[in-house]
Ligand binder design. Sequence first.
Ligand code: TRP
Length: 336
Amino acid sequence: MGKQRVLSGIQPTGDLHLGNYLGAIRNWVEIQQEFDSFLFMADLHAITVPQDPKLLADSTYKVAALYLACGIDLEHATIFVQSHVPAHSELAWLLMCITPLNWLEDMIQFKEKAVKQGENVGAGLLNYPVLQAADILLYEPDKVPVGEDQKQHLELTRDIAARLNYQFGSETQPILKLPEPMIRAAGARVMSLTDGTKKMSKSDPSDLSRISLLDPPEQIQHKIKRCKTDPVRGLQFDDAARPECHNLLSLYMIFSNQSKEAVAQECADMGWGQFKPLLTDTLITALKPIQEKYTQIRAEPGYLDAVLHDGKQKAEAIANFTLNKVKQALGFSIPT
Ligand code: TRP
């Protein structure tokens, strides 16, 4: 029996940070031996909010290089750029025409992002989850590893697929396969360094709120020095009144590869002045191999182009097959 397939992606906007790593990429690396993985850079999604055209292509390459630097192995995974496979845009259109408007208006992320965009809410922001449904359904994956915040988009994807199957397929022969979400345990949520109750995010206006995977040591040191703490002495996990403390201890635990008990014991009597340098060193040491590999990948002429070219070929073969299946079911003529 062949391996099950997983598919996931990240938008190439801003620099990838510890939250992206622990929340997404690290999990992909952990499961990659077990699955046939399709991992992409969602550049079409990125432009649902304004992007600088001068940066878009480079950000896309940067993310591809980081996937590899973080340990994604091309023996198990296919890495590709969403916009290199036109079937994504095309299926999105077909799906848009069977998706009720109110399903999209009910999406939490749309409502949140629309508020942030103020007067200038593009139709792309509303249709974002339909494109995501197309991304997923094209590859007929068994599992889609995503964070808790994407759960609603996964449910919508299933609803759209079920609707298409119901309207155009038969019960014995569904057109599209319904994917299962693979939602990570809540424990992997990395919080902002400036507010322990908010998620670490690329869109936070303050760069001090996050540590990027490519931050040099001085910057990591600076950010940890400035990060929010509290006046309590002695550090402990799981105190709801001390969200920053829990977050920083968790980062230390994960990046130093220790158990929760060991860290709880080690830090029980520490003050911040003692803990912060420890965390700083741990992060610098943990990110160093990723940064070195990244530099190496970016310095090799033509390497990334070749990886992405290969990825496009592999992705396109599967995506076009599914797209044709849908077009046929909808009654389109297929060119010979
Ligand atoms: N919306 C996802 C996010 O912001 C990114 C994404 C786009 C995605 N298409 C996808 C994730 C398909 C999984 C599958 O995290």
